[in-house]
Design a binder for this molecule. Structure first.
Ligand code: MGD
Ligand code: MGD
Ligand code: MO
Length: 780
């Protein structure tokens, strides 16, 4: 079985892809994004799934209005024009990953102890295929053994009923969960008496939610695809769109053809800033004809975005001294708060400070400001490159400040556009996954569902880890996801999980979170989104909300991977019944017909009136109302609020680098498809560090040289990975980039943003040094 390369500071094998069978290679990528390279890669993945015919048949119904399943790949919205083949390479890979013919059944678990499985690579674990029946950990044999659903639920119920305090349990959600399952899940958790609902969003877009809420009164973006079709300027900040939101490049190519200007803001020059061949443009595919997807590239240093935004504001204000039309004076006066103070703050910030903090020249910043000024309608989009910074909330508020100057909100073609990650992460929040729920939300829930929800705020991801270490949280439930690998500080997280009395994971495939288990442990396998979900009333659909607040139905079309799988709502109902024997909630009645869940949701949740009818509206369901889109700002002042954050300088101290952890093109969060990263020109290598050439020279490093990377935590502790390869890449001096989840071992659990509580996954301080000769132990 593939084992892992040596990582000296790592107890186990966390986070590696398949063992490189071939020599690693690094070269520049000169081809357009998507196009034939993507088609070839899709072919390889479908072929490897060994389900080529079924997989191919399933593709055309993905993302189809009114029928088929929602692509589990990302949260980019479906095309409103009813585009027929708006598929992407990575969405196809992700859907076929679920459709594999391989099974990790009882024979598999009988053949391997958990201790042995811990030495396997993460690729090898998931490569065993779909889970087929519930399993329980048996300490005597150190194995997972089959357990009936009713015994599994009973075990959960017994442990839960034995807790002296409901806050001793924490319930994690990964952003795949449907709205219906989400609603039942949070209802169970609140009926049990806790708000301990950590989720992947705590590591993802928490900063966006908090910033937008503070500035605009609602924590979501305001634009939709029609706006993208109408903007004159589009800023794309801190996202690797060609890999992680590939359908966005269709929008970029369309915008370019219309003459819109597209500014990419990223320390790396990513593939989406070049050109693309849009896969559904069959003619362009045939002719190999590429469309540009960018007009200007700015490469700030890591975390230099806030200085860039303030610089754009300063330049805009300076220009407005001679041409007042540069500002939307009327909007500023009528609908915003704090403009005068913000103007003074910008004036008082010297250009030299902005240049130092952004890593850009004044001329470059002014160039961006000019694009902004000359556009009547501007959209600014962003993803993790912005949210996972220490000052992510301030930075996003600064983005909003810039938009407000020219009234770029609540009108066609303009506004803030966070690019969400998991396909239903936004819906999870809307439907109640929130460790800090508002009073209004809880009041309404209490009313509709006849429960008494707890009012005390619960634990987020980072706080859950701390509480598990202190022994305060002893039950961990993972509703999807791979907490052990996704959370920061891999070893610390593993220890936290192993200290639990009970760990429960609802999953589709075997992953590391099952192996870093509590004293008692359950694996509960569920249906995937691509599969038929048949309940008493017949075939069921679930709903999801995309990045742009569109709520629509998703319906599986494949035979389930095993007859013993339950749907997520059914599993939640089983857990709830066992833990809450006296509950008045009709758990199983809800699950018989998901329309009934939607009926109660429409009473409990704001904006879901007439849910069952509207979600079936052709072509694509309905849009949740977003007040800020109508220039209704639910802030304390009732206006859009300028923020006045102090500028900080993210330049690393001499000898140190700032490290951002990112995804490769061939992975889905903790799921690794291969060791290649096509657009960045890498083959057969994941244990790498992209560096600036001058930083490499300074350390005496040549391309592919072996390096040790040590992160410096704020509490003075150090974490090291060894024998990574340094690769020269086009990125600013002082910055370095490597892959999650391998490098999560370097992310200190205690280092999170005070503004968002997000771990600093794009903002680590590291030392990089050539690796010494292999130690005797490693050679043995
Ligand atoms: N195929 C595929 N699709 C996915 C995922 C996946 O793993 N695979 N994951 C999904 C999820 S959950 C999410 S949240 C999204 C993630 O989508 P992305 O945000 O694209 O994720 P990352 O790979 O972390 O890339 C972050 C980008 O930010 C840049 N960056 C790093 N630091 C900075 C900075 O300081 N400033 C700026 N401006 N840029 C910076 C990096 O160079 C990189 O291009 O994608 C979703 N879609
Ligand atoms: N260093 C570093 N760490 C990061 C990040 C980073 O950029 N850098 N990004 C963070 C971000 S943005 C996120 S969103 C998190 C992701 O964190 P998670 O959401 O926890 O991780 P995933 O890898 O998406 O979860 C994969 C697992 O989900 C399960 N699964 C797949 N489909 C289904 C399904 O339909 N139902 C159920 N129940 N389970 C299913 C499978 O068992 C699979 O192994 O990671 C975070 N961690
Ligand atoms: Mo995410």
């Amino acid at each position: 079985m593939p084992k892992n390369p040596s990582h000296a500071s790592r107890a186990d094998a966390a986070g590696d892809g398949p063992e490189p069978a071939r020599e690693p290679a690094h070269s520049a990528y000169h081809h357009p994004a998507a196009g034939w390279g993507a088609a070839k890669s899709v072919g390889e993945v479908i072929w490897r799934s060994r389900e080529p015919f079924r997989a191919l048949r399933a593709m055309p119904v993905m993302n189809h209005p009114g029928k088929g399943y929602d692509c589990p790949g990302c949260a980019w919205p479906d095309d409103y024009r009813g585009l027929k083949l708006d598929l992407c390479e990575n969405g196809i890979k992700h859907a076929t990953w679920e459709m594999t013919h391989k099974r990790a059944g009882r024979d598999f678990f009988a053949a391997h102890t958990v201790t042995e499985l811990r030495t396997w690579s993460d690729f090898a674990l998931e490569d065993q295929g779909r889970l087929t029946e519930p399993m329980v950990y048996e300490p005597e044999s150190d194995r997972y053994v089959p357990v009936s659903w009713s015994d599994a639920f009973a075990l959960f119920g017994e442990v839960l009923r034995g807790l002296d305090d409901p806050d001793r349990a924490a319930y994690y959600t990964s952003g795949r969960l449907s709205n219906e399952a989400t609603f039942l899940y949070q209802l169970m958790v609140r009926e049990l008496g806790t708000n301990n609902l950590p989720d992947c969003s705590n590591m993802c877009h928490e900063a966006s939610g908090r910033a937008l809420k503070a500035s605009l009164g609602t924590g979501k973006g305001t634009v939709d695809l029609r706006d993208l079709d109408a903007c004159d300027a589009l800023f794309v900040m801190g996202v690797n769109a060609a890999s992680n939101a590939p359908r966005m490049i269709t929008a970029l190519a369309d915008a370019y053809r219309r003459g819109a200007r597209i500014v990419h803001v990223n320390p790396l020059v990513e593939a989406a800033s070049g050109r693309t061949i849009v896969p559904h443009d069959f003619l362009h595919m045939a002719l190999n004809k590429a469309t540009p997807t960018g007009t200007l590239n700015l490469q700030p240093r890591i975390a230099g975005d806030m200085a860039l935004m303030r610089g754009i504001a300063k330049a805009t204000l300076e220009y407005a001294a001679t041409d007042p039309t540069a500002l939307d004076e009327e909007f500023l006066k009528r609908a915003t708060e704090g403009f005068e103070a913000y103007r003074q703050l910008c004036e008082a910030t010297p250009w030299a400070d902005l240049e130092a903090a952004s890593g850009l020249t004044r001329a470059q910043i002014e160039q961006a400001a000019r694009v902004y000024r000359e556009a009547d309608r501007t959209i600014i989009s962003w993803c993790l490159g912005v949210t996972q910074q220490e000052h992510g909330v301030d930075t996003i508020r600064e983005i909003v400040n810039v938009l407000l100057l020219r009234g770029n909100i609540g009108r066609e073609g303009a506004g803030p556009c966070p690019i969400r990650g998991h396909s239903n992460v936004q819906g999870n929040r809307t439907c109640g996954i929130d460790h800090r729920p508002s009073e209004e939300f809880l009041d309404r829930l209490a009313d509709a569902c006849g429960i008494t929800p707890p009012r005390k705020p619960g634990l987020d991801t980072v706080r859950t880890l701390e509480a598990m270490h202190r022994g305060e949280v002893t039950v961990f439930v993972g509703m999807g996801g791979n907490f052990a690998l996704a959370a920061p500080d891999t070893e610390y997280t593993a220890r936290a999980l192993s200290r639990c009395e009970l760990t429960v994971h609802v999953s589709t495939k075997l992953n590391r979170s099952h192996l870093e288990h509590g004293r008692q442990a359950l694996i509960l396998p569920c249906l995937g989104r691509t599969e038929h979900d048949v309940q008493r009333a017949g075939e069921q659909s679930v709903s999801v909300e995309d990045s742009m607040s569109m709520v629509h139905l998703s319906k599986g079309i494949k035979k389930p991977a095993s007859p013993h799988l339950l749907s997520e709502p059914a599993i939640i109902a089983g857990l709830a019944r066992a833990a809450l024997p006296d509950s008045a909630t009709p758990w199983h009645w809800y699950v018989e017909d998901y329309d009934r869940i939607r009926d109660i949701m429409q009473r409990a949740l704001e904006g879901f009136e007439d849910f069952n009818r509207r979600v079936r509206q052709p072509p694509n369901g309905f849009r949740l109302r977003q007040p800020a889109r109508e220039r209704i700002f639910l802030t304390p002042s009732g206006r859009a609020e300028f923020s006045l954050a102090p500028l900080t300088d993210p330049t690393p101290a001499p000898g140190l680098l700032t490290l951002a952890t990112v995804r490769s093109h061939d992975q889905w969060n903790t799921t690794i498809y291969s060791d290649d990263d096509r657009y960045r020109g890498v083959k057969n290598l994941r244990t790498l560090l992209f560096m600036n050439a001058a930083d490499m020279r300074e350390r005496g490093l040549t391309d592919m040289a072996e390096v040790d990377i040590t992160s410096l935590a704020k509490d003075g502790t150090r974490r090291t990975v060894r024998r990574y390869r340094a690769l020269a890449h086009d990125l600013p001096q002082g910055c370095a980039v490597g892959y999650m989840p391998e490098l999560n071992v370097l992310c200190p659990a205690g280092d999170f943003s005070a503004q968002s509580d997000q771990p600093l996954m794009k903002h680590l301080t590291v030392e990089v040094a050539p690796s010494g000769p292999p130690s005797a132990a490693a050679r043995a």
